[in-house]
Design a protein around this ligand. Structure first.
Ligand code: FMN
Length: 415
């Protein structure tokens, strides 16, 4: 499970931040926790809507995609901090990321009552119609005497306190499992598959559907190539090295951007006919509508569904198993959302992968075998199989992350 933790303090030194960091480290096997700050969130002002500002959007996107939220609230004058209240105002004004979201409250403060009064207030705020969170009932983790509670490594000293915190968190994990059943998916807005909404990286001056788009567009932007170095977040590689690296991936990779433009694939196979989701060089740069030009309208709807689902945060990825593959092939497609620094949707990274050799290797190496089940995966009812990038698809279904049959961006397929 993926949770986010909100530090309810904007102070540089915060016991509530320490508490969340401790939870993140100490309980890392129970769930993944990303700690979020509210320091840069502006003071709420109804007359100056800053819902689209970076700090508000960042929180909105992170909360929207999290399975649950843990808020660590300080207590100031028997209530929450103005910074936390202001943040909750922005997140209940024009944006509503807490709607039906499981939330757990914890808190640390100087005095014996350990934020009990602030927690009562926060619980009420979270219950307001504009917030509408599902706050975990019956569990109060109150860390009093916060100054003495942590050791020099930021760990809670008292073992009994840690054990109690663990119990509360276990309850939250169970609660999230139950409450997630009540989640109402956000409506999916129609997608423009014709690339009609250029983004800052869209290269204008060459038609996306031009078969020579790659060379023409590269020339327009003076793209580097060959042995020129590219500085990456965690590395420094030449363009040639990047190509070698990507082409050596034991799966087919595709990149389609936020404007639904098909920008890249790693042609490790040379012969498009041998690809699991066939792509050809002239497709690079294409509009998604062109990539999927041969798909019937119903399947185009599925392409839109995959993209819309990732864009609005209902899911971080969509996985499909393409039915009708030969016995030695388990043709899996994984559509993973990519994100801009503010956490909003930046496009799709698609991995098309034959899972069978890896599965066989695993079974042989571990001496295990597959047992039970009702045979080859029967896709649940719902959306038919799409190929959001490639179109390599067939009939099937979708209802959640598992077993759906969708393909968002690979493109030149056999349809
Ligand atoms: C204006 C102000 C009011 C406070 N009121 C309370 C209070 O009502 N109850 C309490 O336990 N601590 C109170 N404190 C002390 C906080 O518990 C302490 O500042 C705590 O460290 C805040 O959490 P943080 O370290 O995460 O910022 C107050 C502190 C300030 C600055």
């Amino acid at each position: 499970m993926k949770f986010v933790g909100i530090v309810g303090s904007n102070a540089d030194q915060s016991y509530n931040r320490m508490l969340l960091e401790f939870i993140r480290r100490h309980f890392k096997l129970k769930f993944e926790l990303e700690v979020l700050e509210i320091k840069d969130v502006p003071m709420f002002n109804q007359d100056e809507d800053q819902s689209q500002s970076f700090p508000v959007q960042y929180l909105y996107n992170k909360i929207t995609r999290a399975d649950g939220v843990i808020i660590a609230t300080p207590e100031h004058n028997h209530t929450t901090t103005p910074a936390l209240k202001s943040t909750l105002e922005w997140l209940s004004f024009n944006l509503h990321p807490f709607e039906d979201k499981p939330v757990m409250i914890v808190g640390a403060s100087y005095y014996d009552q350990g934020t009990s009064r602030a927690q009562v207030h926060l619980r009420k705020i979270l219950d307001a119609p504009g917030v509408n969170a599902y706050t975990l009932p019956g569990n109060e983790f109150l860390l009093g005497k916060a100054k003495e509670a942590f050791d020099e490594n930021g760990n809670i000293k008292n073992e009994g306190t840690v054990a109690f915190l663990g119990q509360c968190l276990d309850n939250f994990v169970k609660y999230v499992g139950v409450v997630s059943q009540l989640k109402k998916p956000k409506p999916i807005a129609p997608e423009d598959l014709d690339c009609g909404k250029p983004i800052s990286t869209t290269i204008t001056g060459v038609d996306p559907d031009d078969p020579e788009w790659l060379d023409k567009a590269a020339k327009l932007v003076n793209a580097v190539e060959g042995d020129t170095y590219v500085k990456l977040d965690q590395g420094l590689l030449t363009v040639n090295q990047l190509n070698m690296f990507l082409n050596a991936m034991p799966f087919e990779l595709t990149y389609a951007d936020d404007n639904n433009q098909f920008l890249y694939y790693n042609n490790a196979h040379q012969d498009p006919e041998t690809m699991m989701a066939k792509r050809v060089p002239s497709q690079v740069g294409n509009r998604m509508s062109t990539v999927h030009g041969s798909l019937p309208p119903a399947r185009m709807k599925n392409v839109e569904w995959v993209i819309g689902t990732l864009r609005n945060g209902n899911q971080e990825y969509v996985r499909t198993i393409v039915p009708g593959s030969p016995a030695e092939v388990i043709n899996t497609h994984n559509y993973q959302a990519m994100y801009y620094p503010d956490g909003s949707y930046a496009g799709i990274n698609e991995i098309v992968f034959n899972f069978k050799p890896w599965l066989d290797w695993y079974l042989q190496t571990t001496g295990q075998r597959l047992v039970g089940g009702s045979g080859p995966s029967a896709a649940p009812a719902g959306h038919g199989h799409t190929d959001a990038n490639s179109g390599a698809s067939d009939a099937g279904g979708h209802s959640d992350n598992a077993n759906s049959n969708t393909d968002a961006d690979s493109g030149a397929s056999s349809h």
